[in-house]
Write a protein that binds this ligand. Structure first.
Ligand code: FDA
Length: 461
C-alpha cells in the first residue's frame, strides 16, 4: 500500500456497509436490490446499511434529452428489477398500477414506453429511497482510512468518501463504495461549449434560451440516435429554420434491434463476454456495435427521410443533410457560430454560419479511479491500462485493501456492451449485493440502520 496516503478516522460517524457514488438508474437499482436483500436478511438478524450521494439537486435521468415523443430503446421488462426479481414492488408494472395506467399501457400496444414515462417511473422508484440519498452532494475524493477498524499493517477496511454540498464538506465512512457516475459528454477536440454551442445532453436546458427568437439556420453534428432526435426536435421547434444535419457517414444507419442480436444484452451474455479472450471481446464488440453505437431507430430514420423528401417535392427544403462532411474549426461570435466544413470525398472546404449548433457526439467512459487517486497504485490494471474488474464488479486490488471498490457502468471492456445501458441493471445490482453481503460485511451492521424496510415503503406510497 505504499502509494496509499491513508487519512485518519473520518470522525464518529458509523461505518456504512455501502456508499453509492451517483444516484442514477444503476445505483437506484442497487438501492432496491439492497432493500430487497434486507428483507431476506432480516430473518438472519442483519441487513446492510447504505447511503447514496448524488450531485444533482434531485433525481434526474438525462433530463436535457427528455424530448416529448422520444421512446425507450428497451422493453419495459428491463426495468430496475424484473430480471432479478419479477415479484418486486419496484417493477414498471407496479408503477403503472400505482399510477392507474396499467390497462391503458396494455392497450398502448408497445413494450417501449416513452422516455418521459420511464423517467417518471425512475423518479417514482427513487422517491422511495429519498431518506437514503443526499442530493446536491458531489463526491470529490475517496480516501483509505486507518483507524479503529484497521491499521497501517492490517490493511485498509474502511474508505472515507469526501463530498461537497451547499452545507460544506461532508465525510462518510464505508466498508464498500459503488461508483456509478455515468458517462461524460464528449465534444470534438478543440470545441468548447458556449451560448450557441451545445452538447445534446443540454438540449432541453438550453432550448429556452432561444425561445422567442427565430433562428434562421441551426446545425446538429453526429449520426447516432441522439443526433437524429435533435435534428427532429430542432426541425419541429423552429419551423422557420433550416436544420443542417452534418455527419461524416453516408446516411443514418438503423439500430439492430432484432431478437438474436438483442441477446447480446442478456444477463448470460455478460458471462460469455467476461470469460472471452481479449481478441474475442474485441470481435464481439465489433460485431454488435450496431446495436448501440452510431445507429438510429429505423422509424425515426424513415420519418426524417420522408420529411426531407416532401420538402424537396414542395421546394421548401429545410432539413438539409450534409453527409460525408466533417466539422473542423468552430468559432462562436456574438450572435453566430461559424462552422468550417470539410468534404470527406475530396477534402474541399466551406464555412457555414449558423445561429446555434448542437454536438450530438456522444459520451465517453471516465476512469472511476479519478475519484480514488490515493488508491491508484493499489488497484490492478491490465497491460492496456484498463482497470481489472472481477465478475462481481469489484475492482481487483492488492490484498491490503480489504474495503470493496465496485464499479457500475465503466466496465464495457470487462463485462460487455450492456455495461453502460439499462438492460442489465437489475441483475447486476443483485450480483453486487451478493458479493458485498458476505458475513464479514454485515457482521457489524445492526438491524435497521439505514436499511430500507420494504413493507414500510409500500405503506408510504
Ligand atoms: P447515469 O449517468 O444515468 O447516472 C450517474 C449519476 O451519477 C448522475 O445522476 C450524476 O449526476 C451522478 N454523478 C456523477 N458524478 C458524481 C459525483 N462525483 N458525485 C455524485 N454524483 C455524481 N440505455 C438503455 O438501455 N435504454 C435506453 O433507452 C437509453 N436511452 C438513453 C437516452 C439518452 C438520451 C441517453 C443519454 C442515454 C440513454 N441510455 C439508454 C444509456 C444511459 O447511459 C443509461 O440508460 C443510464 O443512464 C445509465 O445509468 P447510470 O446510473 O449508470 O448513469
Amino acid at each position: 500500500m505504499s502509494t496509499c496516503a491513508p487519512s485518519g478516522p473520518a470522525g464518529a460517524g458509523d461505518v456504512l456497509d455501502v456508499l453509492g457514488v451517483g444516484f442514477g438508474p444503476s445505483n437506484l437499482g442497487l438501492a432496491i436490490a439492497l432493500a430487497e436483500h434486507g428483507d431476506a436478511a432480516e430473518a438472519a438478524g442483519r441487513r446492510l446499511t447504505a447511503r447514496f450521494l448524488e450531485r444533482q439537486p434531485r433525481f434526474g435521468w438525462h433530463r436535457g434529452m427528455l424530448i416529448d415523443d422520444a421512446t425507450m430503446r428497451i422493453s419495459y421488462l428491463k426495468d430496475l428489477v424484473t430480471l432479478r426479481n419479477p415479484t418486486s414492488p419496484f417493477s414498471f408494472l407496479s408503477y403503472l398500477h400505482d399510477r392507474g395506467r396499467l390497462v391503458d399501457f396494455i392497450n398502448y400496444g408497445s413494450s417501449m414506453p416513452s422516455r418521459l414515462e420511464f423517467h417518471d417511473y425512475l423518479e417514482w422508484a427513487a422517491a422511495a429511497f429519498a431518506s437514503q440519498v443526499d442530493y446536491g452532494s458531489e463526491v470529490v475524493t475517496i480516501e483509505p482510512e486507518v483507524g479503529a477498524a484497521g491499521s497501517a499493517d492490517s490493511g485498509v477496511e474502511v474508505l472515507t468518501v469526501v463530498a461537497r454540498s451547499a452545507a460544506g464538506e461532508v465525510r462518510h465512512r464505508a466498508r464498500n463504495v459503488v461508483v456509478a457516475t455515468g458517462l461524460t459528454p464528449q465534444l470534438p477536440p478543440g470545441v468548447v461549449a458556449g451560448e450557441r454551442i451545445w452538447h445534446s445532453r443540454d438540449l432541453l436546458h438550453r432550448a429556452p434560451s432561444v425561445a422567442g427568437t427565430t433562428p434562421r439556420r441551426v446545425a446538429v453534428v453526429g449520426a447516432g440516435q441522439s443526433a437524429a432526435e435533435v435534428a427532429d426536435f430542432l426541425h419541429r421547434t423552429f419551423p422557420a429554420a433550416e436544420v443542417c444535419a452534418i455527419f461524416s457517414r453516408y446516411g443514418y444507419s438503423p439500430a439492430d434491434d432484432s431478437p438474436f442480436a438483442n441477446r447480446i444484452f442478456d444477463p448470460g451474455a455478460v458471462d460469455d463476454f467476461f470469460d472471452a479472450s481479449d481478441d474475442a471481446k474485441r470481435r464481439i464488440l465489433g460485431y454488435h456495435a450496431n446495436t448501440n453505437y452510431s445507429v438510429v431507430d429505423p422509424e425515426l430514420i424513415t420519418d426524417l427521410y420522408r420529411r426531407h423528401y416532401h420538402e424537396r417535392v414542395a421546394g421548401t427544403e429545410r432539413l438539409r443533410i450534409l453527409n460525408l462532411t466533417r466539422v473542423g474549426d468552430v468559432v462562436e461570435t456574438d450572435d453566430r457560430v461559424e462552422l468550417a466544413l470539410e468534404s470527406v470525398v475530396d477534402g474541399s472546404r466551406d464555412v457555414v454560419s449558423v445561429d446555434l449548433v448542437v454536438f450530438a457526439t456522444g459520451y465517453r467512459s471516465s476512469d472511476p479511479l479519478r475519484l480514488l487517486p490515493a488508491l491508484a497504485g493499489t488497484c490492478r490494471r491490465d497491460p492496456a491500462g484498463r482497470l481489472r474488474i472481477g465478475r462481481d464488479y469489484r475492482v481487483e486490488t492488492d490484498p491490503e485493501l480489504r474495503a470493496g471498490v465496485y464499479v457500475q457502468g465503466a466496465t464495457e471492456h470487462s463485462h460487455g456492451i450492456s455495461s453502460t445501458l439499462l438492460s442489465n441493471v437489475a441483475v447486476r445490482s443483485g450480483e453486487i449485493v451478493a458479493s458485498i453481503a458476505t458475513p464479514a460485511a454485515i457482521a457489524a451492521a445492526p438491524v435497521g440502520g439505514n436499511g430500507v424496510d420494504l413493507a414500510e415503503l409500500r405503506g408510504a406510497r
